[in-house]
Design a protein. Structure first.
Length: 334
């Protein structure tokens, strides 16, 4: 969901309207899909083997949206990128572990919450950063770097923290992340490099393909975890809300501590608080238990709802942000 232009200082009204529709319909579609899966779980049991291929489609779409300027941001402004990525992989895994212990979650759910925290930033964060008048170029750079580091950091952190609750096969998990995340992203990059005109024509459809793919992943996970949802859904929802909300707050605080400008603080908050929870759900189902995939499925819905609300709040408090990666003036001091 990151096919937003990064060169113009003011986005066209049609593009902004499209982004608003995408970020609004995304959680609504997932909510609808989850409700249907809960009502008739047996109707979607055949989707389970498609979870990883669907995640690969999502990451391939991300690779298609990346351009050389996205990587140039990393070279030109490495400090904000490093701050965001370190905060991502330090704050969210530890938060997941603390919340699981504080709520006394059963081992399977605790491991699932922690695994969500160990995953990279979510691709929808780029749209939310745009709507929040954050630093969109920085958002794309942070998502890209955290995603490329996922094959190494996600299994190691999961083994360290989630491994306290359940056995974690870190080696096999790393291989799966390479197959699900790294290869599709790199393939998208290569195709964008050699077939730019074809990719440019396809870009408007990519966010919607990602929305449908993530919805299908959530439907597959929810249908397989229907009994667990009815048994512990409220407790998991509390854990997810705390995890996501504290991620926003601590991410913003980390950026403020290092005196980053307000648009960059907003972007860091969004990048830390929003996770690639679809990946977490798929990995949990494959390497832990179907019940462990429940936090990832619920996070997929909640972080898009909360992200849209947060973006709307911040949007009302500032003047338009720069789309070039340079911070724009804001109307208030945060």
């Amino acid at each position: 969901m990151s096919s937003l232009p990064k060169s113009s200082t003011t986005a066209p009204a049609a593009e902004e309207r499209s982004a608003r529709i995408a970020v609004t319909l995304f959680p609504l579609l997932i909510l609808a899909g989850g409700a249907v899966a809960l009502a008739t779980p047996t109707a979607f049991t055949g989707l389970a083997p498609w979870i990883n291929p669907l995640l690969g489609v999502i990451m391939f779409g991300m690779g298609l949206t990346l351009t050389p300027p996205d990587f140039a941001v990393i070279a030109k402004r490495p400090i904000p990128v490093v701050i965001g990525v370190v905060a991502q992989y330090a704050i969210m895994p530890l938060l997941g572990w603390v919340i699981a212990a504080a709520l006394g979650l059963p081992p399977a759910l605790a491991a699932g919450v922690i695994l969500v925290g160990c995953c990279p930033g979510g691709t929808a964060s780029n749209v939310v950063s745009y709507l929040a008048r954050g630093d969109v170029a920085l958002s794309v750079a942070m998502t890209t770097v955290s995603t490329l580091l996922a094959p190494l950091l996600t299994p190691v952190l999961a083994l360290w923290l989630a491994g306290q609750y359940m056995p974690v096969d870190a080696g096999s998990m790393a291989l799966s992340i390479v197959q699900i995340v790294l290869f599709p992203v790199l393939l998208g990059l290569v195709i964008r490099l050699f077939l730019p005109r074809l990719v440019t024509k396809a870009l408007p459809a990519l966010p919607w393909i990602s929305v449908l793919a993530i919805t299908a992943v959530v439907v597959a996970v929810v249908s397989a975890s229907a009994k667990a949802i009815f048994a512990a859904g409220l407790l998991v929802l509390v854990a997810v809300i705390l995890h996501n909300g504290l991620g926003y707050a601590l991410g913003y605080g980390a950026a403020r501590l290092f005196k980053l400008p307000v648009p960059s603080r907003r972007t860091t908050a969004v990048e830390v608080g929003m996770q690639n929870s679809g990946l977490a759900a798929g990995l949990a189902r494959q390497y832990l238990t179907p019940e462990s995939a429940l936090p990832g499925a619920i996070f997929s819905v909640w972080h898009n709802v909360s992200g849209a609300v947060l973006a709307a709040y911040w949007r009302r408090r500032s003047t338009p942000a720069s789309r070039t990666g340079e911070p724009a003036p804001v109307a208030v001091t945060e």
